[in-house]
Structures are given as structure tokens and as C-alpha cells.
Ligand binder design. Structure first.
Ligand SMILES: [Mg+2]
Length: 280
């Protein structure tokens, strides 16, 4: 897709990380923090009326065109810190891993300001000196997905969310540190009223980089490398990560993912048929 170079602008945000404290409603408890479980529902406040996506993933001014002042990225400037290659950047076979970019909200988890019974995590987030609690449900199969793919893919979470919410969440979601890099809102490009994740600034070979995201606007610069998953909210029978995992395991040795990634829907339809047949 051709995107006007002058129209692609960088959004910078200097939000700082906050302390991780987790508990309650079935979530894990981090040291030094306790929720009052006799009244688990948080008090009513304005954030209860808005979604986590609106508040922490954020809405932006669709008419805002230029925050950092530079054209992007044709002047050769890398607006992201370069992702550093780690020791684990190769598979056991010695072949270089593909780079798998993962969205967070509605792709790996769903989060809500409303108290959720059985939430996997509860993340306190300070907003304007008030601590709000974010209740997080993991998408089914996310643990298995990360574990199965880490040996073959360099896992990168690239989210438009604020790091003060996403960073402590990832600490809990990924206790084995399988995700090698975390990129937050300040690493997204502001374009057309959306936070866009531009794979071309990751310092990775685009033939070997793909993205999974529930929001098509997130990968508008790189549609040829995208697996557009459905949005996870609360369906406990959701199988999409399991199915995508099978697809990616079959894809791990290809030389150019862009020629193959478009086949994921067909593959998943086949998986659904196989699974349906298996229970008959
Ligand atoms: Mg998302």
C-alpha cells in the first residue's frame, strides 16, 4: 500500500512506568498489595464509563498531523530504538528466527475497568493521582502460544497502550520472559487518526517479519505481513491463538513471509474442519 511519506508522522509520549500491584477477583497478587475483597467492586468514577481501549490504548485527534515535526521514515531516520539482536535470535538449527510482532489488547488479552469475576490479573494504574484497577482476561491458549513459538520466532509485543498499564501486565503475562521486546504507544506512528505499528522501523528484514493484530488500522503500512485476528473479549472457547500457532509453526522456515502469510485464513478454516471432525 502506498502511503504518502509526508502523511506519516511520529507520535511521542513520555509516560512513565508505574509500580506493579496485582490482586483480587481471581487475579494474582503481587507482594505488598491487597485489595479489599469484602467490597471488590471499585467505586464509580468516570473511567467506569469508558473502555480500557479508549483510556489506555487511547484515542487521538484525527486531525493531528505532526507531533515530532519530521517526515517519516523516508529521511532514513529510525524513530524507534533499534531492536537489539539477542543470543536467542536463532533457532536450534542455527537459522535466524522470524520476527513475530504481537498486538496486546483484544489479541492476547482483554482488559476492562469493570470488575471481572475470574480475571487473570488486576493491574492498578495511576491516572491523574487516582489509582484505577484494570481487570485482565487472558485469551485462551495464550500461554501455550508464547511457549510454542518462542523457539522459532523473536517475539515482540507492539502495543498502542500506555506502558504504565502494558508493562506490568506483560510482567505477569510473560513470567518466563519469552517476549524479547516491548514497544508501547510512543513507538507507534500517528496516522489517519490511528496509532499505526510500522514494521519498517523495527530494524528487521521485512521478508522475515509479521504482525498479528485485531485492528486492521494498526498494520495499514504492512498489510502483506499481517494476520488479522478477531477481537477477543471473553469467549472461553476461543481457539484462534491455537490455530494461528499451528499456522506459524508451519511457516517458521519460509524465506519471505509476505508470500505466505495471506494463507492463514485458509489454513484456519482447515483447522476448524479438522477439529470439528475430531469431535465427531
Ligand atoms: Mg488490539
Amino acid at each position: 500500500m502506498n502511503v504518502s511519506k509526508d502523511a506519516r508522522k511520529k507520535y511521542m509520549n513520555t509516560n512513565q512506568s508505574s509500580t506493579v500491584m496485582v490482586n483480587g477477583m481471581g487475579g494474582h497478587l503481587a507482594p505488598g498489595f491487597t485489595l479489599n475483597t469484602s467490597s471488590p467492586l471499585p467505586p464509580p468514577h468516570s473511567l467506569m464509563l469508558s473502555s480500557v481501549s479508549e483510556t489506555l490504548v487511547g484515542t487521538i485527534d484525527p486531525f493531528r498531523r505532526d507531533v515530532c515535526g519530521g517526515t517519516f521514515p523516508s529521511n532514513g531516520m529510525n524513530l524507534l530504538p533499534l531492536l537489539s539482536k539477542s543470543k536467542s535470535s536463532t533457532m536450534e538449527s542455527g537459522k535466524e528466527k522470524l520476527c513475530l510482532v504481537l498486538d496486546l489488547d483484544e489479541t492476547l488479552v482483554h482488559s476492562s475497568f469493570r470488575a471481572v469475576e475470574g480475571a487473570d490479573f488486576v493491574i492498578p494504574v495511576r491516572i491523574e493521582d487516582v489509582v484505577h484497577y484494570v481487570y485482565v482476561m487472558k485469551r485462551p491458549w495464550v500461554d501455550e502460544f508464547l511457549e510454542a513459538l518462542a523457539p522459532y520466532y523473536e517475539l515482540v509485543v507492539y502495543t498502542a497502550s500506555l506502558n504504565k498499564y502494558a508493562d506490568p501486565l506483560l510482567d505477569l503475562l510473560d513470567p518466563k520472559n519469552l517476549i524479547e521486546h516491548r514497544l508501547f504507544r510512543e513507538s507507534c506512528v500517528q496516522w489517519g487518526g490511528n496509532y499505526v505499528k510500522d514494521l519498517s522501523i523495527l530494524n528487521r528484514d521485512l521478508r522475515k517479519t509479521l504482525i498479528i493484530d485485531n485492528s486492521p488500522s494498526s498494520y495499514i503500512f504492512n498489510p502483506e505481513a499481517a494476520i488479522g485476528c478477531t477481537s477477543f473479549i471473553d469467549d472461553p472457547s476461543d481457539l484462534e491463538l491455537k490455530q494461528i500457532c499451528s499456522f506459524l509453526l508451519a511457516l517458521k522456515d519460509v524465506d519471505d513471509v509476505r508470500c505466505r502469510v495471506g494463507g492463514w485464513k485458509e489454513f484456519m478454516e482447515g483447522e476448524e474442519v479438522r477439529e470439528a471432525n475430531a469431535v465427531l
